[in-house]
Write a protein that binds this ligand. Structure first.
Ligand SMILES: Nc1nc2c(c(=O)[nH]1)N[C@H]1C(S)=C(S)[C@@H](COP(=O)(O)OP(=O)(O)OC[C@H]3O[C@@H](n4cnc5c(N)ncnc54)[C@H](O)[C@@H]3O)O[C@H]1N2
Ligand code: MOO
Length: 420
C-alpha cells in the first residue's frame, strides 16, 4: 500500500508505517536513535582533533589566571601618568614573564615588564618601552599615555565556571587549545558509530573485474562508506551480498550483531528479487517502508537487535539522497552533534513539479554581488544520474505541495557535505 496520506501495512508478522512523509520518517528515526546512548572514551588532547565532545566543559580556572602585560614596557600606576610634559618614575626592578617574585609598584615608581608578565601589585597600566626614555634607574614617561592600557585582565578569555563548550562540540584546533589552556590533558569524546555497509544485487560487479552481460560496477559501496566516514562513523567493513534471501538473512544478522548501524543498498522495491522488506520483518522489526520523497521513495527502516537498519534504494542518487535526508540526521543525533542550520536561496531557474512527494533536486548555489544567494537546479535529475550529485554542491528541498516555483522563488537548500 502507498497512500498519499501515509498509513500502515500489515503482513503475517508485523505492522509498520508506509507511504509516510520525510518529516515523519525523520522523527521516527530520531526517536529510535535517541534511545541509543553514545559510547564515550577518554582521549589525550593530541588524539582528539575532529572528535565530538561527550560532556559539557566549564572553565576550571580563569584564563589568563592573572592580570598580565600585553606588551614589553613598564608597569606604572595610572595616577602617576603626566597630564603635560614628562614625569620621572623610579625604576623599582624588572619582572619577566614567568618570574614569580612579586614587586609592588608604589606611587612614583615603575617596574620593567615583558609581554605575559603578571602586572605587579599597585600598577594598573603598561607604557610600551618605545614610548619612554630610560636613564639609569629613572624612567621618563611623556604625556599622552592612557591609564589602564595594555593590561590583559584575569579571566579576559574565560572566567572560572564559564561554559566553554556544550556536548556535541567538534574539537577544532582552537577548541583543543582552549582545553589545553584549562590545563586539561584528556577529554571525553563520543566514540564513532560503528557501521557496516551491505550492497546487494546480482547485477553488481566489483571494480577490477570485467563486467558481465547486464552488469554495472558497485558505486554505492564507495559513496555510502564515504558518506558514513564523513559523518564521523567508523565503517567496520563492506560486504556485497547476492540476491539470495538466505545469504541476505545471514549477512543482515551478522552485520547487526557487529555494528551499531547497518546500511544496505538495493532490494527494497517491488521487484522479484527485492527481498529486504520481508527479511527485515523476519529477523528484526520494520518501523517504516516507503517515504513520500523523490528520489528514494522505497527506503526501509527498522532494527535487528540493538542495531538500526537503514535499507536504502539501490539507485545511486536515491541511496545518497536518503542518506543525506534521513541517515545523516540519525548520525548527528547519535554523535550528539547539532543538525546543520537550514539555508535558503533564490531559484535562478523555474521548477515545475508534477508529483506530490517531497523532492531533493541536485543544484549549485552562488553568492551574488549584492549578497543574495541563488541556486540553479540541474536539468537532469534522474535517480541513476550520479553525475548530478558529483557536480552539485547542494540539494534543493521541495515540499510535497510545491508545484510551480517561478524564477526568484525562495527555496530551502541542504548544502552537501564537502566533496560529496
Ligand atoms: N514496479 C516498481 N518498480 C520500481 C519502484 C516501484 O515502486 N514499483 N520503485 C522504483 C524506485 S523509486 C526505485 S528508487 C528503485 C529502487 O529499487 P531497489 O532499492 O529495489 O534497488 P535495485 O532494484 O536493487 O536497484 C535499483 C537500481 O540501482 C542500481 N544499483 C543497485 N545497487 C547498486 C550499487 N551498489 N552500485 C551502483 N548501482 C546500484 C541497480 O542496478 C538498479 O539499476 O526501484 C524502482 N522500481
Ligand atoms: O525513489 Mo526512486 O529513488 O525515485 O528512483
Amino acid at each position: 500500500m502507498s497512500s498519499s496520506q501515509g498509513g500502515t501495512e500489515s503482513t503475517e508478522t508485523s505492522r509498520f508505517a508506509t507511504g509516510i512523509s520525510v518529516d515523519d520518517a525523520r522523527e521516527r528515526i530520531l526517536r529510535r536513535a535517541g534511545g541509543c546512548p553514545p559510547r564515550t572514551a577518554q582521549l589525550t588532547l593530541g588524539q582528539a582533533r575532529g572528535r565530538i565532545l561527550a560532556v559539557a566543559v566549564h572553565a576550571p580556572l580563569s584564563v589568563p589566571p592573572f592580570a598580565n602585560s600585553a606588551m614589553d614596557g613598564f608597569a606604572v600606576r595610572g595616577s602617576d601618568l603626566p597630564g603635560l610634559g614628562e614625569r620621572a618614575l623610579h625604576l623599582r626592578g624588572t619582572r619577566l614573564a614567568g618570574d614569580g617574585s612579586p614587586i609592588c609598584v608604589e606611587p612614583g615608581e615603575c617596574v620593567r615588564v615583558t609581554t605575559g608578565a603578571p602586572v605587579p601589585p599597585g600598577a594598573d597600566t603598561i607604557v610600551i618601552k618605545e614610548n619612554v626614555r630610560v636613564d639609569g634607574d629613572t624612567v621618563w614617561i611623556a604625556a599622552g599615555e592612557t591609564a589602564g592600557s595594555h593590561v590583559r585582565p584575569a579571566g579576559e578569555d574565560y572566567l572560572v565556571g564559564d561554559l566553554a563548550f556544550a556536548p556535541g562540540t567538534v574539537l577544532t584546533p582552537a577548541r583543543l587549545g582552549v582545553l589545553a589552556s584549562f590545563g586539561m590533558s584528556h577529554v571525553e569524546v563520543v566514540e564513532p558509530v560503528r557501521a557496516i555497509v551491505l550492497t546487494t544485487g546480482d547485477e553488481i560487479a566489483a571494480a577490477g573485474f570485467p563486467l558481465g552481460h547486464g552488469q554495472i560496477y558497485n558505486s554505492n559501496q564507495f559513496t555510502l562508506s564515504a558518506l558514513l566516514e564523513q559523518a564521523g562513523a567508523q565503517v567496520l567493513r563492506h560486504q556485497h551480498v547476492r540476491d539470495d534471501p538466505e545469504a541476505l538473512r545471514v549477512a543482515l544478522r551478522n552485520a547487526a550483531a557487529e555494528a551499531d548501524i547497518v546500511i544496505s543498498s538495493g532490494g527494497v522495491s517491488a521487484g522479484e528479487a527485492d527481498f529486504l522488506p520481508r527479511l527485515l520483518q523476519q529477523v528484526g522489526t520494520v518501523d517504516f517502508w516507503k517515504v513520500r520523497m523523490k528520489p528514494g521513495m522505497p527506503m526501509l527502516f527498522g532494527s535487528v537487535g540493538e542495531a538500526l537498519v537503514f535499507a536504502l534504494p539501490g539507485n545511486p542518487v536515491s541511496s545518497m539522497a536518503t542518506f543525506l535526508a534521513l541517515v545523516r540526521p540519525a548520525l548527528d543525533a547519535l554523535a550528539g552533534r547539532p543538525p546543520p542550520r537550514p539555508w535558503h536561496a533564490r531559484l535562478s531557474r523555474a521548477i515545475v513539479k508534477n508529483h506530490r512527494r517531497a523532492e531533493f533536486q541536485r543544484a549549485r548555489w552562488e553568492s551574488r554581488g549584492d549578497g543574495s544567494v541563488w541556486v540553479t537546479p540541474f536539468l537532469r535529475q534522474g535517480s541513476g544520474v550520479l553525475r548530478s550529485v558529483a557536480e552539485a554542491d547542494c540539494l534543493i528541498v521541495l515540499s510535497e505541495s510545491d508545484e510551480h516555483l517561478p524564477e526568484g522563488s525562495c527555496v530551502p537548500i541542504l548544502p552537501l557535505p564537502e566533496n560529496c
